[in-house]
Write a protein that binds this ligand. Structure first.
Ligand code: ATP
Ligand code: FE
Length: 359
């Protein structure tokens, strides 16, 4: 099967062509960082209008890079939810229009399921994850630690009731006044942390940024956000801070963010042992999972964990951790293969709990 996938649930306009035998024929991502920069964050209406403008171009380039015509495509997949309503609507209408005009089948995909299943496409056949596995999905809208028992059965072990980790990276990056127009604020924070002198040469009088809710299977990033905000304000704002002090704050935040993830993964593994789930794999994805520092911290945690069986960390390449349409096309494949698809009157779901996929 050859599937055209469309994704525009947040701020990237994406189209891709993927085959059921695991070949990525094209992958187009049109970013909007510059459009949102003046507002200091993603504006839903601005994003929707950019998708309306850019989606035809993304589709045209995806087909041309794949060197196929739309008639040769076997089905159209699109992100049905969760995400921003107006944005989802733009992708839904593009997908429906093509599918209905050509009489092709249509499948609406859950965005977070697609992030989780990317590892089945990017891992070699010998190393594919086996059920049950743990998956850590960290992105702009979600901080999720899930137990996956099949491609459609996910149990939430931990989630965030306040800020997502991606939002926290974005906020801290802005508080420190980092330049991010080309790569986005979260990635800019990682780049900033990786430059400059060793920690020993940085100011060492910083407060401890708190790690909230130790011992509980829940994420929370609002406490550390408040602490960073208070500290930067006390210093008279980012413009008044020495570059090395800003670097110390950025690294302290990134360390705290990593420690919070580590603690929850360790708790989840303990929970799995108690409940009799033998875990061999941790799949990490979502935009924040492209962060190399976080990857290395979690790899170390698994390498030194006392679990009886070794746990392999599966990581899609960074460009397939952030939003893309390859993952949407790929996640639709099981339904297309089974001859199952949505009707042309399908509508988007801005809110959609991943646990409901199994129902
Ligand atoms: P969701 O998947 O929850 O709907 P989304 O689709 O908007 O959210 P993704 O593209 O999956 O988000 O992830 C975007 C988030 O990842 C943003 O908050 C961005 O700043 C963050 N991010 C991207 N790269 C990095 C990085 N290298 N380090 C930290 N954060 C990053
Ligand atoms: Fe995403």
């Amino acid at each position: 099967l050859t599937i055209l996938g469309l994704e525009c649930s947040a701020d990237d306009t994406c189209a891709a062509v993927v085959t059921s035998n695991r070949r990525i024929l094209s992958n187009i991502v049109i970013k909007q960082f510059r459009e949102h920069e003046v507002y200091g964050g993603i504006q839903a209406y601005v994003a929707m209008k950019a998708h309306q403008r850019n989606m035809p171009e993304a589709i045209r380039r995806a087909l041309s890079d794949a060197n196929i015509s739309i008639e040769e495509v076997d089905g159209i997949a699109f992100t049905r939810g969760p995400g921003m309503g107006g944005c989802l609507g733009a992708g839904l209408m593009a997908a429906k229009g093509i599918a209905a005009a050509l009489g092709k089948p249509l499948v609406g995909v859950h965005h977070m399921q697609a992030h989780a299943l990317t590892a089945f496409l990017t891992t070699s056949v010998e190393e594919l994850p086996t059920f049950p596995f743990l998956t850590l999905l960290i992105s702009g809208g979600h901080t999720l630690l899930l137990l996956a028992t099949s491609t459609t059965s996910f149990q939430t072990l931990a989630t965030s009731n306040d800020s997502s980790i991606g939002h926290a990276f974005d906020r801290v990056s802005r508080m420190l006044g980092l330049e991010w127009s080309d790569i986005g604020p979260g990635a800019a924070l990682e780049v900033f942390c990786a430059t400059g002198p060793d920690d020993e040469e940085l100011p060492n009088d910083l407060p401890q940024f708190p790690l909230p809710m130790p011992g509980r299977l829940d994420f929370s990033y609002s406490g550390v956000l408040t602490a960073v905000n208070r500290y930067v304000t006390d210093q008279g704002g980012a413009e008044k801070m020495e570059p090395l002090r800003k670097l110390a704050v950025a690294r302290a935040f990134q360390r705290a963010a990593a420690a919070h993830l580590e603690e929850k993964i360790a708790l989840a593994l303990r929970w799995c042992r108690r409940e009799g789930f033998v875990i061999h794999h941790l799949v990490m994805s979502g935009g924040v999972a492209s962060n190399m520092y976080l990857r290395s911290r979690i790899r170390q945690l698994l390498d030194t964990s006392k679990s009886r069986v070794p746990i392999a960390l599966l990581l899609p390449p960074p460009h397939l951790c952030t939003d893309n349409a390859v993952m949407i096309a790929w996640a639709s494949m099981e339904r297309f293969r089974a001859g199952d698809h949505d009707d042309y009157d399908v509508i988007h779901m801005a809110k959609w709990n991943i646990e409901d996929l199994a129902r």
